[in-house]
Design a protein around this ligand. Sequence first.
Ligand code: PBG
Length: 315
Amino acid sequence: MRRVRSSAALRSLVRETRLAPEQFILPLFVCPGEGVRREIGSMPGNFQLSVDELVKECEQAKKLGIGGVILFGIPEVKDEMASGAYAESGIVQRALHAIKSAVRDLSAITDVCNCEYTSHGHCGYVVNNDVDNDTTLDWLAKSAVSHARAGADVVAPSDMMDGRVAAIRKALDANGFTNTPILSYAAKYASAFYGPFREAAQSAPQFGDRRSYQMDPANRREAMREIELDVEEGADMIMVKPAMPYLDIIRMARDRFDLPLGAYQVSGEFSMLEAAIRNGWLDRNRAILESLTSIRRAGADFILTYFAREAAQLL
Ligand code: PBG
C-alpha cells in the first residue's frame, strides 16, 4: 500500500476526495445599522454585519471563489408573529437588494426560519407552549416569497415544520418565482452544536427547546423519511445538519438520493475546532481541511461552513 503514498505527486494522483472553494457556502449574519462589525464572542472571526459591511464581505467571498453565501437576519424588533421575517423592508430583504446590486454572480441563499424574529425564539407561532405547524407554514411561505422578490437565488427552510417545502413551493410558483430553487434543511437534528449560532443570531428559545420539531439525534431511518418527504414536496437540493457528528446520515442520504446534497458544519463544530486550534492543541490548516474532507468523503456535494474563507485561501 505504501508505494502510492511515497510522494506528494502520487498521493495527489490517487486522492479520492477533493475540496474546492466553489463547494463552500459562507454563513453571514446581517444586523441593522451602518458600519457595524460586531464580533461574535463564541465564534471568533465571525461578525454581525450591517448591510454595508455585509456587501464588502460578499465581495471578498466572490473574489475567493466561494460558491455562495447564506444569510441570517437579526431584526430591529422581535415579536410574537415574527413579522420581521416576511416584511418587505426586513433586514434580510434589504441585504439582498444591496448584495444583488453590488456583487455579480454570487449565489445568495436565505435561511427561511422564524426563530431570529420571534420574541420567544421559537421557530413559529406558539400556542400552548408548542409551535403550531400550519400557521407557521404561512409565515414561511410569505418569507420565502419576500426573499425571492428581494433577489434571493435560493431559499433554504430550516424550521422543520411538516409540509413546509410544499407550502413554500406553492407560494413561490403562485407569485411568479417558478425558477427559485428550494434547498431544504431536510434532516436537521435538535443539536447542542447550535449553541454559538444562537448567540450570533440572538435566537435562543426563551422557554423549552426545539425537540418537538427538530429531529432526535438518535434516529437514522427517520432522517431518510424526512428527506423523502421533502423530495416529494419539491425540494431541489437537500441538506443534513449538523455535519461531523452526523457523517453516517450524510452517507446514507448520498446512497439513497440523487439530489444535490449539502451538509452544514454548524457553529458548534466551528467553535470547537477554533478553540482547540487557538489553544495550540490542533494544527489550524490541517484540522480545517481534514474536517471538510471528511464531510465531502461522507458524500456531501457542498458544505455550509464558517471556515469557507479560510479554506478557500488554503486551497
Ligand atoms: C434557524 C437555524 C439555526 C441554525 C441554522 N438555522 C439555529 C437553530 O435551529 O437553533 C444553526 C446553524 C449553526 O449552528 O451554525 N432555525
